[in-house]
Unconditional design. Structure first.
Length: 276
């Protein structure tokens, strides 16, 4: 593990496991690199180099007051990729970080990218509009910010229910899943938490997706209660040329962490990495 200093002087924490073709894991909100531990070990055990970083404002990275927008996040990722001199990398993004990945390609291209995975991602747009009726209402985004400002610790405990679809009969979510979500959420700064809601709620990534020119796998659960599949994954699959969409029936937003879904995703990820 180590730190990369960004062009504006912030420190980005990253962990670096294994050797071989690089696989860069980009975490969702309000998580950090630890959310990818299972997948990091998976790729490192199978001849790849797994790298995961904490977004600014999250985990062990710097927590500045400003800079919580997707241009900045994409440039932070670019700083990491360049500092580690990563080439032919596969980028794997969950939830909010789908926008980070998309904006990275939109701003910096795919010269260092071999493949892309979008997992439960917010792309191309989260907000409910006339053109995106299945999106998230603006009031719901305001409610999230108000919940964080009111009492963020309890908010994260409550939010873990919908994140993992723990409110569904027969779900396989563990208390450990929910505790880990709370723990990582509490390591995100309050400022980052609130500002990221505006960023992922109101940023449009249609033009970024149109610049994808590498093999792309899109995975989404059809019971995702955080990022509605019809507003995001299904539309992204129509925009990205030759993208492969895999829909996990009955699966939540937290696919990479929940028992059962995690193993299925790991198998699909490894198959995608090894193919072609």
């Amino acid at each position: 593990m180590g730190f990369v200093t960004t062009r504006d002087g912030n420190e980005i924490f990253y962990k670096d496991w294994g050797s071989g073709p690089p696989v860069v894991f980009i975490h969702g909100w309000p998580l950090n690199a630890d959310a990818w531990e299972d997948q990091m070990k998976l790729v490192a055990d199978n001849g790849y180099r797994g790298i995961a970083h904490d977004r600014r404002g999250h985990g062990r990275s710097s927590q500045p007051f400003d800079g919580y927008d997707f241009d900045t996040f994409a440039d932070d990722l670019n700083d990491l990729v360049n500092e580690l001199d990563l080439r032919d990398a596969t980028l794997v993004a969950h939830s909010m970080s789908g926008g980070e990945l998309a904006r990275y390609i939109g701003r910096h291209g795919t010269g260092r990218v071999r493949k892309v995975v979008l997992l439960s991602a917010i792309t191309p747009s989260m907000l409910q509009t006339e053109d995106n009726p299945d999106g998230v209402p603006q009031q719901a985004l305001e409610d999230i910010k108000n919940g964080l400002m009111h009492e963020r610790s309890q908010f994260w405990k409550d939010a873990s229910e919908g994140f993992f679809s723990a409110n569904r009969p027969g779900n396989k979510v563990t208390q450990g899943n929910r505790d880990a979500f709370w723990f990582m959420g509490m390591h995100e700064s309050l400022q980052a938490g609130v500002k990221c809601v505006d960023a992922f709620g109101f940023t449009d990534f249609h033009e970024d997706l149109r610049k994808f020119d590498v093999p792309t796998l899109i995975v989404h659960g059809d019971d995702d209660q955080i990022v509605p599949i019809n507003a995001t994954a299904r539309k992204a699959a129509e925009i990205v040329p030759d993208a492969v969409l895999k829909v996990y029936e009955g699966s939540s937003h937290g696919i990479a962490m929940v028992p059962g879904d995690k193993e299925r995703f790991n198998a699909d990820l490894l198959d995608f990495l090894n193919g072609g």
